[in-house]
Design a protein around this ligand. Sequence first.
Ligand SMILES: Cc1cc2nc3c(=O)[nH]c(=O)nc-3n(C[C@H](O)[C@H](O)[C@H](O)COP(=O)(O)OP(=O)(O)OC[C@H]3O[C@@H](n4cnc5c(N)ncnc54)[C@H](O)[C@@H]3O)c2cc1C
Length: 494
Amino acid sequence: MISRQDPAAVQGFLEDTSNLKHGWTPGVFFPESEEEVAALLRTAAAEGRRFTVAGNGTGTTGGRIPFGDHVIAMHRLNRVGGVTPLDDHTATIRAQAGAELQELQARAAAAGWFYPPDPTEKSCFIGSTVANNSSGSRSYLYGATRRHVRALRVALPQGDILEIARGQYLADADGRFSLDLPLAGHLSFLRPDYGMPSTSKHNAGYFSAPGMDLVDLFIGSEGTLGVILEAELLLRLAPAKVFACLCWFMDEDGLFGFIDRARSGGSGVAPRALELFDRHSLEFLRQSYPAIPQGTAGAVYIEEETTPDDEEACLEAWMSLMESSGSPSDLSWAALDAEGMARLREFRHRLPVLVNEWLSRQSESKVSTDMAVPDAQARQLYELYRDACEAESFTFIIFGHIGNAHLHLNILPRDRAEFDRAKALYRKLVTRVLAMGGTLSAEHGIGKLKSEYLVQMYGERGIMEMVRVKKALDPYLVLNIGNLIPKSFYESET
Ligand SMILES: Cc1cc2nc3c(=O)[nH]c(=O)nc-3n(C[C@H](O)[C@H](O)[C@H](O)COP(=O)(O)OP(=O)(O)OC[C@H]3O[C@@H](n4cnc5c(N)ncnc54)[C@H](O)[C@@H]3O)c2cc1C
């Protein structure tokens, strides 16, 4: 197996998109087989090694950044298998953890199928999207990665390789999982004893529910319970056509009325994506898109799947909803074909690029949220962010998955004093969102950046529930230490 210790090769593994600094590692391993991953883990405790798993570095929370641990880089485990139809509407595909999402999506599309999970950055690895339960704009209709995982192969921290098909290992009536493994022996542990928020997206901490499937414990566990080696994923029949549109609103009442009606389905529309751009996001975008109408209070991006038979009715339903919500349909930017879709996709991609360009001219990094609240409180979340940032005179943008009451706030500090104030505001916003019944993370996960705030969400007792599950599977604490669970909680256990 190739391993590298030289600074030039290692440097890229000390970064992701979080801007978390001061990571370091004695070396990076590039396993080429499942057995090589398992062998690293099997000897870890005896050799006094810990490992951090690295995907392709598009994560936003520092999860793949090591702080003294060795790195297992998944890049060479990148095979994508063929498509196996299950029936007329669904199929499966297997992919190794280091396969890029865009390759899997292309492979599925070439066979006439469609893989819905779609984090905006398509160069991410399949294993990471499972470890992080990633989602994206289409998750409004299709849900996050969790809903599309049929089976996993996982290297457990003591070196066993476990294949888990859905339905194979379920928590019993007491919430207990029991497993017999060649190396780890008999494992018996209860699912985490805590409730989950009633948001429609949630991605903070280990999943827990009565009768839950072991597959769901690994999904979203951010590499703390095992290394994802391979996943069997569910595909759907590719839609015949997709209609997409950017709808402009001159006032916020119209915009939120539109969202409420689109969500209720009462207007004859059935969106698969409902995404918000606030006025500040549009100001950034205007640098690249001067045709954005002046005086716009915000925009909503929608997508709906159609067929040649119902395309016209779909268009009419959206046009009429726009008009009745005060959004001039003749000004909207609609896409009816692949070329148009690509143009609107590029528009959405452009926002983080422009924000990053702006940040590169300042000395500070952004402070950003990934929180969601119960669906009915979407507007309250937006107003909470807007009012708090306006009161501080911050430069900020609010955008994202409004259909799931899940908005990203990016505060863009101009100097250290503003950065400190933004961090203080972030803490207050976490408290407010949790009091609304919300979640700390709806899609990006916790990583190392947000683990201290996870304590606020679950309380110390909840975090100790995660420690208990972690130690049942990883008794020598060799894997992804520092992700999700603050390190101090391993030491504080009695
Ligand atoms: C511009 C931009 C837009 C984004 N939009 C979205 C979005 O809409 N929705 C969304 O959900 N996310 C989004 N993301 C976040 C990111 O793309 C996802 O979290 C993605 O899953 C990370 O993949 P990666 O391969 O880059 O993982 P990395 O950043 O390398 O690692 C992420 C985490 O996964 C762990 N990990 C990686 N591989 C494995 C494995 N095989 N087994 C166990 N653990 C593993 C790592 O240890 C780390 O904790 C966005 C990121 C960017 C930069």
